[in-house]
Design a binder for this molecule. Structure first.
Ligand SMILES: Cc1cc2nc3c(=O)[nH]c(=O)nc-3n(C[C@H](O)[C@H](O)[C@H](O)COP(=O)(O)OP(=O)(O)OC[C@H]3O[C@@H](n4cnc5c(N)ncnc54)[C@H](O)[C@@H]3O)c2cc1C
Length: 375
């Protein structure tokens, strides 16, 4: 006999764990299912740190949403009693015409976010670890910082369990069978029936829901940690850096974090190989390490020594805006792909939106730009 629920959340990564947490507070009978035991290292939500920032260079329309996300992260911190966020400030670097710089300034001006516009000399004075070229400028935003992704997911799941949500881990969903007013889920271990289903399956989304042919592509991303072999007393401080996003050539971006103990963490934004969760090459090649080491040598005043690297997946839409919408054919299925390489910071509010949608409430936030129908 199949167990029945009001809402099932399929996929308990950044988005799904948050949805389950919010749903667990509503008194509904809810269940979360994951093929692994989140937080894990097989999807998109691992690797020690994620940037959160308000001067959103991608599009000012994200700013109201990220402001709500800050509030929900603070609520989660309070309820879980754990530190999930560290404010470091954030700097968007590049030529004054770079999209990252101009976009961050536009968002800051549109939404009255306090910021400083720094020239190359000032950047270098404040952050001697950076090696900006003469024409490099920076938009510095104080409210930016780091979220600890594994801790965030753990906090969501622990609180959801405390609120009586059922959590099924290491249980792979094999098929989703929609009926007129319910959905049947078949897993490797059993069958469930639910009134509403939230599918937040990250890079696995299209294999679980081949219809409606979502135009998602999965991209391999490599995260690197580098230490400084310079041990002189005058070496630049790395643990007090802000988070940084650096458009070093038009359209080419690397981003990174201060040293949280393992060295600075850096990565290219996009520019990864197309992949799938089944064909992802976890091994990081020597030439990849060498190329990143050269980038660091060019843009940092340190002698980089490779510490370690890991891989992760971006699930991208063509316009890099998220998908958060009802399935076009089955209104009781809600589809969430809040990634494209920038979704973690929003997960706290994405979960609230998904919870509201599953309970037929209108979300507080404007999510029209995440419509499935735009493709
Ligand atoms: C390297 C990297 C750096 C990033 N940096 C940032 C950043 O600095 N700031 C930022 O805001 N965002 C960042 N992002 C984006 C952000 O991390 C993602 O948007 C977010 O993690 C996506 O979460 P998700 O819940 O959609 O997917 P995931 O966290 O991957 O969760 C999907 C879950 O679904 C489960 N699942 C899939 N199929 C099944 C099945 N058949 N049965 C059961 N369970 C299933 C999986 O096991 C997984 O746990 C980055 C992403 C990467 C990869």
């Amino acid at each position: 006999m199949s167990q029945t629920f009001d809402v099932i959340v399929l996929g308990l990564g950044a988005a799904g764990s948050s949805a389950l947490y919010h749903l667990s507070k509503t008194g509904k009978k809810v269940c979360g299912i994951d093929q692994f035991s989140p937080p894990h290292t097989f999807g998109s939500s691992h690797g020690q740190s994620r940037i959160i920032r308000q001067a959103y260079h991608e599009n000012p329309k994200y700013v109201p949403l990220v402001k709500q996300a800050y509030d929900y992260w603070a609520e989660l911190e309070k309820e879980s009693g754990r530190q999930l966020f560290k404010q470091t400030g954030g700097i968007m670097l590049g030529h004054r015409d770079a999209g990252v710089v101009k976009g961050a300034e536009l968002s800051a001006q549109t939404h009255n976010i306090p910021y400083e516009y720094l020239d190359s000399h000032t950047i270098n004075q404040r952050y001697p670890a950076f090696k900006p070229g003469e024409a490099t400028v920076g938009i510095l935003e104080k409210t930016a910082g780091i979220l600890f992704p594994e801790d965030c997911i753990e906090a969501n799941l622990n609180l959801a369990a405390k609120n009586q949500a059922e959590i099924r881990l290491n249980e792979k969903v094999i098929s989703i069978n929609p009926h007129e007013h319910s959905v049947e889920i078949v897993t490797a271990k059993g069958r469930y029936t639910t009134d509403k289903l939230v599918v937040s399956a990250g890079a696995w989304l299209t294999e679980l829901l081949p219809e409606p042919h979502l135009p998602l592509t999965v991209e391999r991303q490599v995260l690197y940690w580098f230490k400084n072999s310079d041990s002189s007393p005058s070496r630049p401080v790395l643990n007090e850096l802000p988070v940084y996003i650096w458009e070093y050539t038009p359209g080419k971006i690397f981003y990174g974090f201060p040293d949280l103990g393992d060295g600075i963490k850096v990565a290219h934004h996009h520019a990864g190989e197309p992949t799938t969760p089944h064909t992802l090459t976890k091994q990081v090649r020597e030439d990849e390490v060498q190329a990143m080491s050269e980038v660091i040598g060019r843009y940092f005043n340190i002698n980089p020594v490779f510490n370690y690297a890991t891989t992760c997946m971006y699930t991208n839409t063509p316009d890099e805006n998220f998908i958060i919408d009802h399935h076009p054919n089955y209104k009781h299925i809600i589809v969430a792909s809040p990634c494209s390489g920038h979704g973690f910071k929003f997960a706290s509010v994405t979960g609230k939106i998904l919870s509201d949608m599953a309970l037929d409430k209108k979300p507080e936030a404007d999510i029209s730009m995440f419509s499935i129908h735009r493709f």
